[in-house]
Design a protein around this ligand. Sequence first.
Ligand code: ZN
Length: 505
Amino acid sequence: MTKHLIKSLTLLAAALFLAGTPIQAQETSNARFTVHVVQRGENLFRIALKYNKFAEEIADANGITDSDSIAVGQRLIIPLPAGAPQEQITHVVSAGETLANIATAYDKSVSQLMELNRLAAADLIYVGQELTIADGDPIARVETTGSSQPSASNAGKATPVPAIAPDAGIRHSFSRTGDLSQVFVHTVQSGETLSEIGLRYNQTIDALARANNLADPGLLSVGQRLVVPGIRLPQLTRELPESVIAFTIDPLVFSAGRSGRIELLTTEPVTISGRFLGRELRVIAREAGKRHNILIGIPMFTELNVYPMTLELRNEFGQSTPIGANVQVIAGGYGRQTIRISDSELLAPEVEAEETALLALLTDRFTPERSWINSLSLPAAAPINAVFGILRSYNGSPFDRYHGGVDFAGAPGTSILAAADGIVVMVDRLHIRGNTTLIDHGWGLYSLYAHQDETLVQLGEVVATGQVIGTVGSTGRSTGPHLHWEVWLNGVNIDPMQWVREVFP
Ligand SMILES: [Zn+2]
């Protein structure tokens, strides 16, 4: 289905390109559109009404001569008003910068940047963070340029690409009457190669090069947008019942080691249960049972594939309705590291497995009240020197282990701060993690602080965001003083920085 869509987008782009060239040799024209999938009971008139268009405009855009001839499942191009192209601009935070001076430098306001980057507070930025200064247009769009012949060096860029950044936090909402389908696009980050991008999406270099008409797969530029073939956006497995106002899956595809959110809005109070990746989902009911949120942690070594999510809605009269969607899981793109250590330093894997199993068990307890607001705070005022998720090979072994937290290079004695309000559910000395504190933040979310010199809180103690709970040390299996910070969601170890950058649910 995605293939067809790419094809139709490419065809339309080619048509615009041909039509535009002779008349506007100097100018850049921008045509924007979205794609509508025809649902049962719809006609051209009703679809036009939905998008504030005339039926004739849609018929014209799709070469339809007989307005009765549209079929359920048919994809229609809906033209949108042309807009100025907006480049995505990003800024990497360096030491000593504040959001206020970054905003001034780009002629933006602090609140604009906070909104664009989903920051809960202005001081939530960190060195090395990539901030979005101006966002690309999130609506599918085709750009045609006046240049007559794409040269080898810009062949990739000349390919018209609708813009959807995978990690931009764009929500994919289903409504009962329409499904706005979009092509999945990856924005090239600094230092990325086509082979790394391929690994992340489980695609060959060849497939990516072909889909993007790349003459030289070695020539990528930062910010370049690549269509990723074979990525399926969430697809409903059955029609949504009338009572569902919105069914939102965010992000569009899930990444191993990261978190996703589901939201369901209904016209009547319902009870929801469901399963995904072989686990029972923890469904949070709000607003008298008319709003439901589900937070999902994707285990790091989940096989890259498309998985069914099945949900069951039960109303107050006991009537139950199944709904479902197929959601794709891709790799997190965390990178790899080969570590050489002496055999005596190599820890028996069973010790590690035992400790991880204990934490999985403790963090699988669900507290129905949440105590965090929007996102997590950083747990130390210190530079980050190891990120979450790097796949590790020890002395040439397979890459079957990964770094399960974020390391902060704090000097010994540096304060460790609670990342959010919560309750201390464990203070213990573990083999690998040394002096460790585990805090329950509710709704299945936990944070863990390892290798501490001193722990300053007790089991059962209620803590507040930013409260000093211990000091940086080198206890347990540690090569030097640092804080190793982990986040767990419903018994799954996940990337903590996503919870610092993004707002949940
Ligand atoms: Zn670590």
